[in-house]
Design a protein around this ligand. Structure first.
Ligand SMILES: *[C@@H]1O[C@H](CO)[C@@H](O)[C@H](O)[C@H]1NC(C)=O
Ligand SMILES: *[C@@H]1O[C@H](CO)[C@@H](O)[C@H](O)[C@H]1NC(C)=O
Ligand SMILES: *[C@@H]1O[C@H](CO)[C@@H](O)[C@H](O)[C@H]1NC(C)=O
Ligand SMILES: *[C@@H]1O[C@H](CO)[C@@H](O)[C@H](O)[C@H]1NC(C)=O
Ligand SMILES: *[C@@H]1O[C@H](CO)[C@@H](O)[C@H](O)[C@H]1NC(C)=O
Ligand SMILES: *[C@@H]1O[C@H](CO)[C@@H](O)[C@H](O)[C@H]1NC(C)=O
Length: 484
């Protein structure tokens, strides 16, 4: 399944045609809020800005989200406890007898479970706190970005406030600040009834959420009140304490592969969010002095990821996490940013070499699109003097990379002349448009109405690849690959 369509919603309401909505569910990212709020964008980002506004709308589907909306409770019996099932673990009921008589819950607690790496057990999404959190973090990110580039339209910021309150703060729907029941492997005995360390990855979207909230906070969105800010900080501090002390959280931190990288994404971002800059710096140094050193081989391969069942995916995935860690470090301390981007592993390689190696590999039967935003990020950070990154993106993705949302913040990157074509094709005039700081800081100055905005997005960025999942009369979120 395509990552481009991995957060895909197909809505089939009675007597209406299907409406396909989508957005890219980035493995992770951290976006400097100061860059977004300054609004000093190149005109070549106009299609990307339109995409962001479209994705802000698309991502609202299904919200507000809450841990309390699952059909089964965590073993604690507390509806406020987050719960998820390990996606690669399967029941073996051969010794249990006539299993057709067992309820799902009896299967979960009676049949021993065993792992099959890369084989997704679809019943893991019967409890979908994980998918709901992911949807929420995407919605927060795209709506906060849309707020900043849309003359600060309160439509977007109000939504974000509603979603944050529903997930974290409202009395009836809040989540307890821990992941004690994340990625339970299931099976008999008490062992099957507790979370495992891989479940910490479930909430990697905290980094995207942080980017969104920082935009509203730094941009002084009136809807983001000091009351919400302090209540949310209080929640986050408890959760950070759990991340730093719980045994399964420390086990995840100790993971040497992408699981460890994403743990540091999450912890560092949240420390930034509660304004613990020293703590975040320490966290990132611990990553770059620690597991990062073993993650990239001299030739740019990421051996821990290449060893997995879907190596193309895992290389792109960990690359996104490494880039995100470096981006948070760059945000904390612009003057020392290059020391992170240029940091060599024990084998002498940098993030740039990891990207170049990944670009050289065949995707085979895997989805190639997951790598595109990583390549654009690396081009923006390390420069693209001879145009090889843009050439690669153009070959693989046509004009798609220019209308991808991430093209707004992966700058400067060449657009291969596509931006003007995309704008022209959607009949959007560039006159008076988002040159300089106009689009973000001056009300009404973006040069694109909402209607025009959708035109660009539909034309330029929304490409259905891979499978469509249909469900009659319901909205079905498909969002599997990102949690593994
Ligand atoms: C399933 O359970 C049976 C009976 O206990 C056992 O013989 C078999 O090896 C198990 N299969 C797997 C794949 O674990
Ligand atoms: C298993 O249980 C089902 C439902 O009660 C029954 O129809 C079926 O005959 C049973 N199968 C065996 C092999 O006992
Ligand atoms: C994590 O790694 C450290 C250092 O190797 C070790 O001392 C500690 O026991 C590990 N903790 C867990 C929970 O695995
Ligand atoms: C890496 O170091 C070189 C030499 O100091 C510097 O010119 C370059 O900007 C650095 N790269 C990044 C991405 O910061
Ligand atoms: C905008 O981006 C294009 C493509 O990278 C570049 O050639 C141009 O100089 C940029 N314009 C400004 C004003 O930065
Ligand atoms: C613009 O539209 C033309 C004609 O429909 C099409 O061939 C071209 O690929 C489009 N360009 C882009 C960048 O989408």
């Amino acid at each position: 399944m395509s990552i481009r369509t991995s957060a895909l919603f197909l809505v089939l309401a009675a007597n209406t045609l299907p409406v396909v909505q989508s957005f890219v569910n980035y493995a992770n990212d951290f976006i400097n809020p100061d860059y977004i709020l300054a609004g000093n964008f190149n005109d070549t980002t106009i299609p990307a800005q339109s995409t962001i506004k479209q994705w802000a709308e698309d991502s609202t589907s299904g919200g507000p989200w809450s841990v309390t909306s699952k059909p089964y409770l965590a073993p604690s019996g507390d509806k406020h406890d987050y719960m998820s099932f390990s996606p690669y673990w399967w029941p073996n009921c051969t010794a249990v007898g006539n299993t057709t008589e067992l309820t799902p819950q009896q299967i979960w607690t009676t049949c021993p479970y065993y792992p099959r790496d890369g084989k997704f057990n679809p019943d893991a999404r019967i409890v979908n706190n994980i998918g709901d959190f992911d949807s929420m973090s995407n919605a927060v990110l795209f709506n906060s970005l849309a707020w900043a580039i849309s003359s600060k339209d309160s439509k977007y910021s109000s939504r974000v406030v509603t979603w944050i309150k529903a997930w974290f703060l409202d009395e009836d729907t809040y989540m307890n600040p821990n992941l004690n029941y994340a990625q339970m492997q299931r099976g008999p005995g008490t062992e099957g009834q507790v979370g495992t360390h891989t479940g910490i990855l479930d909430l990697k979207g905290m980094t995207k959420l942080t980017s969104g909230v920082l935009i509203l906070r730094s941009g002084k969105a009136p809807e983001w009140t000091s009351d919400i800010d302090s209540q949310f900080n209080e929640w986050l501090k408890k959760y950070i304490e759990w991340l730093e002390t719980a045994t399964i959280a420390i086990q995840e931190k100790n993971s040497t592969n992408n699981h460890g990288s994403f743990y540091f994404n999450q912890l560092a971002a949240l420390q930034v969010l509660v304004d613990d800059k020293a703590g975040a710096q320490k966290t990132l140094d611990e990553y770059f002095d620690g597991i990062y050193m073993g993650q990239i081989a001299a030739n740019g391969d990421q051996p821990l990821e290449s060893a997995r069942t879907r190596p193309f995916h895992y290389r792109a995935y960990n690359l996104a996490a490494m880039i995100t860690n470096a981006r948070i470090a760059a945000y904390l301390s612009p003057s020392t940013a290059s020391s992170y981007w240029n940091r060599t592993t024990t084998s002498g390689a940098t993030i740039q070499q990891a990207a170049l190696y990944a670009m050289d590999q065949q995707a085979g039967s895997e989805d190639p699109t997951e790598l595109y935003p990583d390549v654009a990020a690396v081009a923006a950070v390390y420069g693209d003097k001879d145009g090889k990154y843009v050439q690669w993106l153009k070959e693989k993705d046509g004009s798609g990379f220019v209308s991808d949302a991430s093209f707004l913040w992966d700058q400067p990157v060449g657009d291969a002349g596509f931006a003007a074509l995309l704008v022209k094709n959607s009949s959007v005039s560039t006159s008076g448009s988002a040159s300089g700081s106009a689009s973000a800081s001056k009300p009404g100055a973006s040069g694109m109405s909402e209607a025009q905005t959708s035109g660009v997005s539909v034309e330029g960025s929304w490409r259905v690849r891979g499978m469509l999942y249909a469900a009659c009369g319901v909205v079905m979120a498909v969002s599997f690959l990102e949690f593994l």
